[in-house]
Design a protein around this ligand. Sequence first.
Ligand code: MG
Length: 345
Amino acid sequence: MAATGQRCRWESRVIRLELRHPWTTALSTSDYRETVVIHLTRDGVTGIGEGVPIPRYRESPREAVQAIDTIRPWLEGIDPWQFRKVMVGVSERMPGQFAAKAAIDAAMFDWVGKQAGVPVYRIFGLDPEDAPVTSFSIGVDEPGPTRQKVLEAEAFPILKLKMGLTSDEMTMAAVRDVTQKRVRVDANEGWNTREVALQKLRWLETQGVEFVEQPMPAEMIEATRWVRARVNLPIFADEAVLGAESIPGLVGAYDGVNIKIDKCGGLQEALRMIHVAKTLGLKTMLGCMVASSVNITAAAHLAPLVDYADLDGNLLVTNDPYRGVTVDHGKLVLPRGPGLGVTPA
Ligand code: MG
């Protein structure tokens, strides 16, 4: 495939990221996260990428690294300038493993940007000034720690509250004790019947909430459609949306989609999803998992294209080994260096 240039060297490793606060959602609780970091070296230039294996989709860091090892002989022969063709080839050879795909894809964009001497957003033809404000996520906790987290998030104009447990009303009361700023709510599939979801959404309509993410289990699309017809609050899909092919079935049940490179397998598929969602009249949001600045910065390079951003996964970590995108009063500030623009911390 690569007519010129050297062969590619791919190195992958698992990194452990320590969380500032134990992280609880309707799905799980934990105090650290593991991600997969990949280095791609060719012609003296090294690109870096990172993917977060998501347990909900039965992915793990160990299996992601194994999957990359399995296709390594083929990967060594690719030309990263042909990144579209390469990702088609990766999909044919490596089913699933979206975190590994996201890491490979980001590493190629970092490499190409460094070779060309331009930031990745320029490869996509974007203006970094168009990047939206990001929300800052508050995990589920007792009222005291919740109030403390909200105070720590003072610099962020928009909060995203995790809900979907029995403590929802207590969480909102704790937040409203200390701030009246705009909030978004993510139920992570936590409300299991349409009656409960309807009651929760009607309550949230009175609480200064901008929209609600994934109120009901992903597969309950018809029930979500029933609820949506009875409320004014916009509803976003997260767990119900994976790649672009999952978007058309959501029309009428959801108002927008939360796109994550770790769910869909990289920047190229995320870009395709943004276009598909917009074509179908859906709002777009770029979201993330807990990750280092490599992964969050990669996603942020597409942020000028979307309506909303929730790209705070690196800010929840105490030992981020990298520096990249920053946040100024909530607004995402993209690094201007070549490639992803990420440097060691
Ligand atoms: Mg979510």
